[in-house]
Design a protein around this ligand. Structure first.
Ligand code: PEP
Ligand code: MG
Length: 326
């Protein structure tokens, strides 16, 4: 079995009837690159840059950030590297950035919301990403977007950073792709509106589950409710992918844990997901499933799943479908 996974490591993630998708890695720091390369990931679908900030005693400066981003970009000369702007707040704190206590931190000043309050911090990061962009295929991704105004505001700040670099005659990729995480229900429901402003979506099922089902992703007492196979989540995922299909040039990926769950692969493939981003170790397993199914069959399996009433029924349907494929 392990030998089989090793054998397909460098083969494409393509179905029996020729539908190709992209399998890429989630990383928290440049050191994680090796695992992604070793397991056949063709790029990075989520670089969680907040660890750069959390592993430092002081705010990391533009040069230090740029060096980190550059090293990731250079490791994947052909593939995409999606760099997410910092997602601090919620449960993630910085010793050098004191924040007020909040009653509901996960509903509070987190990620892009904090960045809009600390614009200098966001601009430093965006300039660092732009400067690094000349070393590869950088994609910029904004987290915790809840409406289209936030996308426009983030893009305006990005444009200002580009003008600053222009004035200093510093090079960057002017065609750098800009996208957002879809991890808040309001963003998923209005994906057709947001689609007009971006180059790509990446669905963050970890937070999308938390916020859609109103279940703290870390609270064991209610973890039985936390279920990516919940029909509500499947409907949102379908809606987001459809919104991107209606907008030429836009693609949808997923970087939440669901993307690396082998039990979800047929569903996501059948719903038309284009890019699957996961922890490195999951890549070979997910690739094996994709290479052993016809896209036409995955579409049927996903369509059938959308008619089911519970997460348990969806899971049973997937398991049954996978048995039949063997
Ligand atoms: C998510 O919410 O699914 C996600 C990928 O982001 P994070 O886990 O870093 O919140
Ligand atoms: Mg998230």
């Amino acid at each position: 079995h392990l030998k089989e996974l090793e054998r397909i490591k460098d083969l494409e993630a393509i179905t029996l009837d020729g539908h190709q998708v992209e399998l890429v890695g989630n990383i928290g720091e440049p050191a994680d690159i090796q695992g992604v390369l070793k397991n056949g990931g063709t790029g990075i679908g989520l670089y969680r840059t907040e660890f750069l900030y959390m592993n430092s005693d002081t705010m990391p400066g533009e040069d230090k950030q740029m060096a980190a981003y550059r090293s990731v970009l250079e490791a994947f000369p052909d593939g995409p590297v999606i760099i997410r702007t910092m997602d601090i707040g919620g449960d993630k704190k910085l010793p050098y950035l004191p924040l007020d206590d909040e009653l509901n931190p996960f509903l509070g000043l987190r990620a892009i919301r904090l960045c809009f309050k600390e614009i200098k911090l966001l601009k430093t990061q965006l300039r660092a990403i732009l400067r690094a962009s000349v070393y590869g295929n950088a994609y910029i991704m904004f987290p915790m977007i809840s409406n289209v105004d936030e996308v426009r505001q983030a893009k305006k700040i990005l444009t200002a950073c580009m003008a600053e670099l222009d004035a200093l005659q510093i090079a960057y990729r002017k065609d750098v792709k800009v996208g957002v995480m879809i991890e808040i229900p309001s963003a998923a429901i209005t994906a057709d509106i947001i689609a007009k402003e971006v180059d790509f979506f990446s669905i963050g099922t970890n937070d999308l589950c938390q916020y859609t089902i109103a279940v703290d992703r870390m609270n064991q007492a209610v973890s039985y409710l936390y279920d990516p196979f919940n029909p509500a989540i499947l409907r949102l995922v379908k809606q987001v992918i459809q919104a991107s299909e209606n907008q030429p040039g836009l693609f949808t990926g997923m970087c939440g844990e669901m993307a690396g769950d082998p039990l979800a692969t047929l569903l996501l493939l059948g719903l038309g997901l284009h890019e699957f981003s996961m922890s490195a170790l999951s890549i070979p397993q997910v690739k094996k499933i994709i290479r052993n199914v016809r896209y036409q069959d995955a579409k049927k399996i996903a369509a059938e799943a959308l008619t089911l009433e519970t997460g348990v029924a969806v899971m049973a349907h997937v398991l049954e479908s996978m048995k039949k494929l063997k």
